[in-house]
Design a protein around this ligand. Structure first.
Ligand code: ARG
Length: 643
C-alpha cells in the first residue's frame, strides 16, 4: 500500500512540506482526501470557519465538467452574507495552490479543478500499490475510529433465503444479487460480515413433501437434481391434495342436499370420512406432527431433503461468487426462543388472546401495521413467530451491530411488523440495529422453455445465449481457453448487471436480448471493456517496477487526464455507496469509466509509441484495469481477461 512517506515526498516536489490531513480523512487510501483537507485549510482563514467544519461540506460532483470537487457556499452558513457572495469571496481570495487551479464560481457553487500533474502522481501509484484494495477503506467499519484495537463492527446480511421444494423465484434472485453485493461492500469497509441464508424449510408443506416422496419420489433423481426433483414431487402431490379438497367440498354439498331431502347420505359420508382420515392433507399433518415431536425417522427424511438441496444451492451460489457463513432457516429456530418471546410479549402486554389465537395489535403504533397473528389456535408458530425467535437467537449468538434483511418489497409489512413487535417487547436495542433492504419485482422472467422456476435454468439459458454470441466470431472463439466457463460468466454478468441497473426499488423487465447485448450499458459490455484493456496490456507487457517509475508527466492529453481524474474518484464512489447501499452507484461509475476508456484508445496508443510514453500510458491502463476490476468484483462479477 502507499505510505505517508511516499505521499510526502511526492508533495514536496510540488512545494508542500507535509500531507494535508484533517481528522477522519485517509490520504493513503483516498487521494481526494488530500485535496479535501487542503481546500478546507485554505478556505478556513478566508471565512473564519474551522477547517474541520468546512471539510464535510466539500462534495464530489456528478460530472467532471463541473470540477473534481465542489462546495455549495450555503452549507458554510456564514452569517450576514448571501451564499453567492461567500462563494465569490472564497474564489477571489483563494491562494495560489500547487494542487488546485483557481476556483470557479457558478451561483453559490465553488468548483475546484485539480492540476493534472500532481494528481497523476498521487493517484496512479496509489492505485498500483493498493491494488485490489484500492477504493476500499477498512477504517469505516471500526467500532471506534480512534482505537482500532477495539476491532470491527459486526453485521449479519441475510439474503437469498429460498424455500425448499418451491421455485427459486425472481425475488430470491434479486435478494441473492443485492445481498451478495452488500456483503462485499461492508467487508470492503472493514466490517466483520456474516453471510446468512435463512431457508424456508419448515411447516406442514414439508409433511406434504415427505408423503409425496413416498408416492412419486425417485432416489436416483433426488441425487441427480434434488431441487428440481423435490419441486416436481411437490407439484404432483399438491395436485392430489387439491383434488381431494375439491372432492371433499362436493361430498359435503351432496350430504347437505341429501339430508335436507331426508335421504340417506351414508355412502358419501363414508367416502368423506375416508379422505379426512387418509387423504394427503391428513397424512402430511401427521407427518409434520412427527417432525415437530422430534421423530428421528421423519426428521431424517426431511433433513436429507434439506441437506441435498443445500449442497446443490452451494454450487449455484459459487457461480455467483457467493459463500455463506450460515445456512440457517425457519426449521432452526428453537421452540425455547419462541416460548421466551411469547412470554415477553404476554408479560409486556404486547400480545393478547383472540378467539384462541394470540395476536399483536399494532394499529396503536400505526394503522398500516394492522394486527399480526403470532400463534395459531392449534398452538403452532407462524412465519412471523419464527422470525421473532430467530432475531433474538441471532443477537444472542453474534451480538451484531447491524443486521440487514434483503427481502422483496412484497414483504415490507411483514418486516415492519417484525421490527415493531421486537421493539414493543422492550428489545429496542436489537430492533434498531435491524434494517430491511427491499427491492422491486422482476417482470416476465422466463426461460426458453417456459416460466422460470430455478436459478440454474435461468443461468443455463443466458449462458447458452452468450455461447451463441461468442461462436459468431470464430477467430476470437478459437482463442478462448474454456468457452463454456466464459459463456457462463458472461451470462451471469448479463443477468446481474441488468438487475443492478436502476434503483433497487424499481421493477424491471427481464429481457434476455437486451441484457446479452454488447451495446449499451450491459454486463457483457463491461466484460468486454475489461478484456479489451487486458489484451492491450498483454500485448505490451511492462514489469510492475517499471510502471511505478513511469514518467507520469507524459500523460498530457485531455483523455489521459480525464481517466486519471476518474480513477481518483473511485474511493469516494465506494464511500458514497456505503451511504446509498445501491449497486447502481457503483455501476454508473463503472460505465462512465468504460466510456472514457473506449474513447481514449485512439488517442492514447501503447503499441508503437516511444518507450517512455508507452510505459506512462501502460501505467495508466494498468491502473484503470485495476479499478474496473475492483468495481466489478465489488458487485460480485468475475472480470474476464479474454473471451
Ligand atoms: N423464505 C422467504 C420467502 O421466500 C424469505 C425469507 C426472508 N427472510 C426473513 N427473515 N423473513 O418468501
Amino acid at each position: 500500500a502507499t505510505s505517508v512517506e511516499e505521499l510526502t515526498s511526492t508533495l514536496k516536489n510540488f512545494g508542500l512540506d507535509s500531507v494535508p490531513q484533517l481528522p477522519n480523512t485517509y490520504p493513503t487510501l483516498n487521494p481526494i482526501d488530500i485535496y479535501r483537507s487542503h481546500i478546507a485549510s485554505l478556505i478556513s482563514p478566508i471565512v473564519s470557519v474551522d477547517a474541520k467544519t468546512i471539510l464535510p461540506t466539500i462534495s464530489w460532483t456528478n460530472s467532471l465538467d463541473n470540477g473534481d470537487l465542489m462546495l455549495p457556499a450555503a452549507a458554510l452558513r456564514i452569517k450576514g452574507m448571501k451564499p453567492q457572495e461567500t462563494a465569490e469571496k472564497i474564489a477571489s481570495q483563494f491562494p495560489e495552490s500547487p494542487l488546485i487551479e483557481k476556483p470557479l464560481v457558478a451561483g453559490q457553487f465553488i468548483r475546484f479543478f485539480f492540476k493534472a500533474l500532481p494528481l497523476s502522481k498521487l493517484v496512479v501509484p496509489s492505485v498500483l500499490k493498493n491494488g485490489a484494495t484500492y477504493g476500499l477503506n477498512q477504517n469505516l467499519g471500526l467500532k471506534d475510529a480512534s482505537d482500532p484495537s477495539k476491532g470491527p463492527k459486526k453485521i449479519i446480511v441475510e439474503f437469498s433465503s429460498p424455500n425448499i421444494a418451491k421455485p427459486f423465484h425472481a425475488g430470491h434472485l434479486r435478494s441473492t444479487i443485492i445481498g451478495g453485493f452488500l456483503s462485499n461492500l461492508y467487508q470492503g469497509a472493514g466490517w466483520e460480515v456474516i453471510r446468512m441464508n435463512y431457508l424456508g424449510d419448515w411447516g406442514k408443506q414439508y409433511g406434504v413433501l415427505a408423503v409425496g416422496f413416498e408416492k412419486f419420489g425417485s432416489e436416483e433423481k433426488l441425487l441427480e437434481n434434488p431441487i428440481g426433483h423435490l419441486y416436481d414431487v411437490y407439484v404432483k402431490v399438491s395436485a392430489i391434495a387439491h383434488e381431494e379438497g375439491e372432492k371433499m367440498k362436493a361430498l359435503k354439498e351432496k350430504i347437505t342436499a341429501a339430508k335436507t331431502a331426508g335421504e340417506s347420505a351414508s355412502e358419501a359420508e363414508a367416502e368423506l370420512q375416508k379422505i379426512q382420515d387418509e387423504g394427503i392433507d391428513e397424512q402430511a399433518r401427521k407427518y409434520f406432527k412427527r417432525m415437530v415431536d422430534g421423530d428421528d425417522h421423519a426428521l431424517g427424511v426431511w433433513r436429507r431433503f434439506r441437506d441435498l438441496s443445500i449442497t446443490k444451492y452451494k454450487q449455484t451460489y459459487a457461480r455467483l461468487n457467493i459463500n455463506y457463513d450460515e445456512y440457517s432457516g425457519e426449521s432452526q429456530v428453537k421452540d425455547e426462543s419462541m416460548d421466551k418471546a411469547a412470554k415477553i410479549m404476554e408479560d409486556q402486554k404486547v400480545s393478547e388472546n383472540s378467539d384462541g389465537a394470540v395476536i399483536v395489535d399494532l394499529t396503536k403504533y400505526s394503522k398500516k401495521l394492522g394486527k399480526a397473528i403470532v400463534k395459531k389456535k392449534d398452538g403452532t408458530s407462524l412465519y412471523l413467530t419464527r422470525d421473532i425467535g430467530a432475531m433474538m437467537e441471532r443477537y444472542d449468538k453474534f451480538h451484531f451491530d447491524k443486521m440487514i434483511y434483503v427481502v422483496a418489497s412484497q414483504q415490507d409489512l411483514h418486516l415492519a411488523q417484525l421490527f415493531k413487535i421486537v421493539d414493543a417487547m422492550g428489545l429496542k436495542e436489537i430492533a434498531e440495529k435491524c434494517v430491511h433492504i427491499n427491492f422491486g419485482m422482476v417482470l416476465g422472467m422466463s426461460t426458453r422453455k417456459g416460466t422460470a422456476k430455478f436459478l440454474d435454468d435461468i443461468l443455463r439459458d443466458v449462458g447458452d445465449k452468450m455461447h451463441e454470441v461468442m461462436r459468431s466470431n470464430e477467430d476470437k472463439y478459437a482463442q478462448v481457453e474454456d468457452p463454456t466457463r466464459t459463456a457462463d460468466i458472461l451470462g451471469i454478468s448479463a443477468v446481474m448487471v441488468q438487475d443492478m441497473t436502476g434503483k433497487r426499488i424499481n421493477n424491471y423487465h427481464f429481457d434476455m436480448d437486451r441484457m446479452t447485448s454488447f451495446e449499451g450499458d450491459t454486463g457483457p459490455y463491461l466484460q468486454y471493456a475489461h478484456a479489451r484493456l487486458t489484451s492491450i496490456l498483454r500485448k505490451a507487457s511492462v514489469p510492475q517496477d517499471a510502471l511505478l517509475s513511469a514518467d507520469l508527466s507524459l500523460l498530457t492529453e485531455t483523455h489521459a487526464i480525464h481517466l486519471v481524474r476518474m480513477l481518483a474518484q473511485w474511493p469516494d464512489v465506494f464511500f458514497n455507496t456505503m451511504r446509498t447501499l445501491e449497486p447502481i452507484t457503483v455501476l454508473t461509475y463503472l460505465f462512465r469509466m468504460t466510456h472514457s476508456l473506449s474513447s481514449s484508445y485512439d488517442h492514447l496508443q501503447v503499441v508503437g509509441s516511444e518507450e517512455n510514453l508507452k510505459v506512462a500510458r501502460m501505467a495508466l491502463y494498468v491502473a484503470a484495469r485495476q479499478v474496473l476490476g475492483n468495481g466489478m468484483r465489488l458487485l460480485g462479477l468475475t472480470p474476464l481477461d479474454r473471451w
